[in-house]
Design a protein around this ligand. Structure first.
Ligand code: PMP
Ligand code: GLN
Length: 379
């Protein structure tokens, strides 16, 4: 068998969560909450199943949910989108990203990513026959270098993949970054795929979104996920908002990848969002408190805390503690400290020489965070 993805192994999330379970370590590696979601939403999901919402939904998603998403985009970003033609519900943000790349990237097209990048982008581009070009984001701020970006543009550039708030670094773009992006691509035939799954988890004034940049929005597909916004990563319900002509292409792929996502979960989310349109409004404050608990508990340790402006990930530089590379250090941490983390180098095509940074997920109960920080503070 000739592998289509020879350089790809099992994801770091699978590996580290399995290792954490095997060794009984506190799992701050894979990003998921260790607390429950709103009981009213869970109740709606049970009711949706029991009352017969168990067959295929319309291919683009249940109307009640698409209408609720249109309302959410209108309220948060002052952008009017058509529930009928511009919103598609998918099996998680993952499917949305995969579908978008499969629909837009032709063999030999170039796709620009920012390094480090979430792990599913590059394999999806490779399977579509595209080639990734990466702009390096440098620690500790991880700001995009727009000069370096412009130098990567060629006649073959087809798509730019952006992600803010950013996994794994927790950095957030500024409005001027979107404007720089727009200026660089405006005169070219290039689309933007904007991964905004952490849209409600940002700790500054307001989040930067493609939804708010009218010109860029016309060229973009914007992805989000109810997994992040409602503490339900296992539900795998996401969505993608894009102008009609892009949505038409996207749905050609979506209809054959999954056709539709789980109907009762869409029904529950649609009802919940209709009843509580501001359900995600408090999310930033909720996670900011967790971030601050973790940061405070680690303040006296030998780790250096990097800035965290959004997402539920905190980066730690461990250069003062160990010379091991980050993969080896994470394995060592599980064994010797009982805490599982993610090595940041796995998100890079080329990690900066000698960089020693790990990622911790703080979507956890305070007691979990404090126990983990106490263990880490002995180092
Ligand atoms: N993009 C980013 C940046 C993510 O962190 C995640 C979730 N880990 C996804 C996409 C995928 O989201 P979902 O679980 O909804 O497929
Ligand atoms: N997005 C999650 C993270 O970054 C993991 C999702 C997954 O395991 N596929 O930790």
């Amino acid at each position: 068998l000739t592998s289509k993805l020879p350089a790809i192994g099992t994801t770091i999330f699978t590996k580290m969560s399995a290792l954490a379970a095997e060794k009984g370590a506190i799992n701050l590696s894979q990003g998921f909450p260790d607390f429950t979601a709103d009981a009213r939403l869970l109740e709606r999901a049970s009711q949706a199943i029991l009352t017969g919402n168990n067959q295929y939904s319309p291919m683009a998603g249940l109307p009640i949910l698409r209408e609720a998403i249109a309302g959410l985009v209108e309220r948060h970003y002052d952008r009017t989108v058509s529930a009928l033609d511009e919103i598609t519900v998918t099996s998680g943000a993952s499917e949305a990203i995969f579908d978008a790349i499969a629909a837009l990237v032709h063999h030999g097209d170039e796709v620009i990513l920012f390094d480090p990048a979430y792990d599913l982008y590059e394999p999806a581009v490779a399977l579509a026959g595209g080639i990734c070009r990466r702009v390096t984001l440098l620690a500790p701020e991880f700001r995009p270098d727009w000069q370096a970006f412009a130098e990567l543009l060629t006649d073959k550039t087809r798509l730019v993949l952006i992600n803010t708030p950013h996994n794994p670094t927790g950095s957030c773009w500024l409005a001027e970054d979107l404007e720089s992006l727009w200026q660089a691509i405006a005169s070219r035939d290039i689309y933007v795929l904007s991964d905004e799954v952490y849209e409600f988890i940002h700790f500054g004034e307001s989040v930067v979104s493609v939804h708010k940049h009218a010109e860029l929005a016309k060229r973009s597909l914007v992805v989000s996920s109810f997994g992040k916004s409602f503490h339900l990563t296992g539900w795998k319900v996401g969505y993608i908002v894009a102008p009609k002509e892009l949505t038409v292409e996207l749905r050609k792929v979506h209809q054959f990848v999954s056709f539709c996502t789980v109907t009762p979960l869409q029904q529950a989310l649609g009802e919940h969002l209709t009843a509580f349109p501001e359900a995600s409004a408090g999310l930033a404050g909720f996670y900011q408190q967790k971030r601050d608990v973790l940061r405070k508990a680690l303040a006296g340790s030998r780790f250096t805390l990097l800035p965290c402006e959004g997402t539920y990930f905190q980066l730690l530089d461990y250069s003062a503690i160990s010379d091991l590379d980050d993969v080896a250090f994470c394995e060592w941490l599980v064994d010797h400290v009982g805490v599982a983390a993610i090595p940041v180098s796995v998100f890079y095509q080329q990690a900066p020489e000698g960089q020693r940074i790990i990622r911790l997920c703080f979507a956890k109960e305070e007691s979990t965070l404090i126990e983990a920080a106490q263990r880490l503070s002995f180092l």
